[in-house]
Write a protein that binds this ligand. Structure first.
Ligand code: MCN
Ligand code: MOS
Length: 763
């Protein structure tokens, strides 16, 4: 047994008791509470100017002219930029690799595709001066007809996206089925709304060296965005983002306003700060597009699914493509021999929509899990029992075995804790005074993605440890769990480990998206820390200055002490001193050998190419959860209150149950908002977003959130990821909205297929 194997084994043996699996509180918590955590715009950069953007007031058409004169003459103004005088950038592909048209890119629009589009920007000494001057920029627009949403008849049917899925013969199976459920399910435009709005400070230290302080879910991806735009080497761009006030998918890319600030800084040779206002976050980033899905499910009378036929569509921008992949849950959740899904996108005059917690998965589950409830009602079968009867042995789409799928355990645990057996299935049958009580359930799932990661681990002379990575922590817990990983592998206490994240100068990491970061970075840090541990042990065994030299064949490290099997030993820092070592520093990655030396190595961290590599893995890897929900519907007023939630989840091994639980609860709370509150409203006449603030765009707050009980039924899944964890961050939002809609049906007998559920639907 090699040292590494020995030590890995030891790590496993301490599962649950060692630093890995412990419910440590967030390492970054005290700094945040004390105001010592520096967010992007709080970085002190000398001589920074302020940039304020000017936006389109029409939803379609073109800019006829921009009169900059009055703004330029306004006090403190250094520069007024529009499409005619701005530095031109190089185009670059979007998240999915789609290239924009044209040879050049400018973030300042001349052709208007959405209301609120970036048209001009003013840079001045102070924020107040920039704001005042921005009002003096005279933009003349030629307005064209706006197609604000897909509800506009001229939006048309849209364009098919080549992601068809087909197996069996769904038409024949539906024709022969004893029961068919057919319905359309709709979700509105939703906005990510992290507590920290977007913004940045762009600072060119030289004409070809840029530092950007900007909240980022993807340090390396965003550094690559800037490098590509400005045609400078990746290494010359430094993105700094140590703390992020949430992102939920919206902070993975540099956006047009980011380009504007970087252009201004470059042209003026001064640092430029740009803070997106709350209303502007609604036009700077598109949020989850509206979706509508037609679903047909055929089944036998005893509840065996025969066929699923699924047509999904989402809104996209007139000048860009975003696909909310709606066929992702329908195709893998239940055992079904005949399947078809199609996807369309419908261009409208909106800012490009984008990723929002569990893109695709979330609305896909809303349709499927609502329809399954309708089927259960139609058949008179308990909804949990219906799902049990259709639990697939293998992934129905790929035929691959599941790495693990503990959904039956989740049904059992959650229904027991919830008291589901006491449910009277008849709608409207349970009440408490004038409140109708509804009990509903639904299932959620999220795939496990795995990209490569790099890490550096340092053991310092005082026995403390540093972990370095360009990965990020947007409130998820990365700082904490990576300290746990290093502590576990090295045999030191987690408090002795400092984790440095959020700087593109540090070793490479891919996007903190798709709920992949924890698993992949835990693997990279584990591997690197084990190598550091081997080096420390070799030092103890072989160094002439080591008091343990030649005392044993191997050494163990535990609680910061390095010792022989007989127990004689010393503290790690004493060994470092005795051997005269200042530092042990090692870097490792989780790349296959061929990729390590490849010219395209950087691509694996700066594009989503790395995430796709999982497709040749022989197992199907997903997390699962089952939500059980109680709602109370006021009979007279139609108000809906979620009064109880029990969710059982299989996310494999939890590295930190406290932080995972917080992730689960965050997803559940967002699911409540999705079901009952959230809706982006657009003015059909001009495409203006009417709900562009936190008063009109409502999200779930404390008063909307009941007691939530979460139960982990996961077991370490080493076929899914090296350390046995599965996806956590996005899992629990999936399936929450249909669980609520199903509960509302049970309370009222009314099936609401278009979210959010309004009181007007229920009275
Ligand atoms: N975790 C764990 N055990 C595992 C996996 C994860 O204990 N097996 C815990 C860890 O604390 C880890 C966290 O869960 O830090 C999230 O891990 P993971 O599922 O890998 O998700 P990522 O780190 O990739 O984070 C991104 C994910 C996504 S894609 C969205 S969207 C989202 C989310 O996380 N946005 C969030 N959770 C968020 N939480 C906060 N506070 N803010 C956001 O913007
Ligand atoms: Mo999450 S929407 O994948 O950043």
């Amino acid at each position: 047994m090699s040292l590494t194997e020995l030590n890995t084994k030891r790590g496993d043996a301490t599962d649950g008791a060692g630093p890995l699996g412990n419910a440590l509180s967030r390492a970054d918590g005290p700094a945040k509470v004390k105001g010592q955590a520096t967010y992007a715009l709080e970085h002190k950069v000398d001589d920074a100017l302020h940039c304020v953007i000017v936006q389109s007031t029409v939803g379609a058409g073109r800019v006829v002219s921009v009169d900059r004169a009055a703004a330029e003459a306004s006090p403190g103004v250094h520069l007024v930029l529009d499409s005619t005088n701005s530095l031109k950038l190089r185009p670059q592909p979007d998240f999915f690799g789609n290239w924009p048209t044209g040879e050049e890119y400018t973030p300042f629009a001349s052709d208007i595709t959405h209301n609120g589009q970036l048209v001009a920007a003013v840079v001045a000494d102070t924020l107040e001066e920039a704001r005042a001057a921005a009002r003096l920029v005279r933009v003349e627009f030629e307005a064209a007809t706006v197609v604000a949403t897909r509800d506009d008849p001229s939006a048309g049917p849209g364009n098919p996206v080549p992601m068809d899925k087909d197996w069996g013969d769904p038409d024949a199976a539906l024709a022969a089925a004893e029961v068919v459920i057919e319905a359309t399910y709709e979700t509105p435009r939703e906005y990510n709304l992290p507590i920290e709005p977007h913004g940045l400070i762009a600072h060119w230290e030289a004409d070809d060296r840029l530092t950007v302080y900007e909240p980022s879910q993807w340090i390396d991806g965003m550094a690559n965005n800037y490098a590509a735009w400005f045609g400078v080497p990746f290494e010359n761009v430094r993105v700094v983002s140590p703390f992020i006030g949430g992102g939920f998918g919206s902070k993975a890319q540099a956006l047009p306003h980011s380009a504007a600030a970087a252009i201004a800084a470059r042209m003026l040779r001064r640092p430029v700060k740009l803070a997106v206002t709350r209303p502007q976050t609604f036009t700077a980033y598109g949020g989850r597009p509206a979706t509508w899905q037609q679903l047909r499910i055929g089944a036998t009378r005893d509840g065996k699914l025969l066929a699923i036929d699924h047509d999904g569509a989402n809104e996209t921008a007139a000048d860009g493509t975003f696909v909310e992949t709606l066929g992702v849950v329908t195709s893998m959740m239940y055992d079904v021999a005949n399947f078809r899904s199609r996807q369309r996108i419908v261009p409208v005059n909106t800012v490009l929509p984008g990723a929002f917690r569990a893109p695709g998965k979330n609305p896909s589950a809303f349709a499927l899990e609502s329809a399954m409830d309708e089927l259960a009602v139609e058949l008179g079968i308990d909804p949990v029992e219906l799902r049990r009867r259709n639990e697939p042995e293998v992934d129905p789409e790929t035929g691959k075995p599941w790495s693990s799928r503990r959904l039956l355990d989740a049904y059992a645990a959650a229904s027991e804790a919830f008291g589901w057996s006491r449910r009277d299935p008849r709608p409207g049958s349970m009440r408490d005074g004038h409140e109708l009580i509804g009990w509903g359930m639904a299932v959620g799932t999220h795939p496990v993605y795995s990209s490569p990661g790099e890490a550096t681990v340092r053991i310092l002379a005082d026995g403390s440890v540093e972990v370095l990575s360009s990965a990020i922590d947007m409130g998820t817990g990365t700082y904490t769990i990576l300290a746990q990983a290093a502590a576990d592998a090295l045999g030191v206490r987690a408090e002795r480990v400092t984790v440095r994240l959020g700087d593109s100068r540090l070793p490479r990491a891919p996007v903190a998206g798709g709920s992949q970061l924890a698993n992949l970075m835990m693997a990279a840090v584990h591997k690197t820390a084990l190598a550091a541990r081997d080096e420390l042990i070799a030092l103890g065994l072989n160094h002439p200055g080591s008091p343990l030299r030649d005392r044993a064949n191997t050494l163990f490290i535990s609680e910061g002490r390095i010792s022989t099997p007989r127990g004689e030993g010393l503290a790690v820092e004493e060994l470092m001193t005795a051997t005269g070592r200042e530092i042990i520093e090692l870097s490792r990655d989780t790349l296959p050998e061929a990729d390590r030396s490849s010219d395209d190595r950087l691509k694996l961290f700066t594009t989503v190419a790395g995430m796709e590599r999982g497709t040749n893995i022989p197992v199907s890897r997903h997390s699962f959860c089952a939500h059980f929900v109680e709602v109370r519907v006021d009979e007279d007023f139609g108000t809906v209150r979620v009064s109880r939630v029990v969710t059982a989840l299989d996310a494999g091994r939890l590295y930190n149950p406290k932080l995972a639980d917080s992730q689960f609860k965050g997803g559940i709370v967002m699911g409540i908002g999705m079901a009952l509150l959230e809706e982006g409203v657009t003015d059909p006449r001009n495409g203006r977003i009417l709900s562009a603030n936190l008063a009109d765009y409502r999200i779930a707050t404390n008063a909307d959130v009941p007691h939530i009980e979460t139960i982990s039924v996961g077991k370490p899944d080493y076929d899914a990821t090296p350390l046995g964890g599965k996806a956590v961050g996005e899992l629990a939002i999936v399936g929450m909205a249909p669980a609520i809609a199903n509960a509302v049906f049970h309370a009222t007998g009314k099936r609401i297929r278009r979210l959010p559920i309004r009181l007007s639907n229920l009275i």
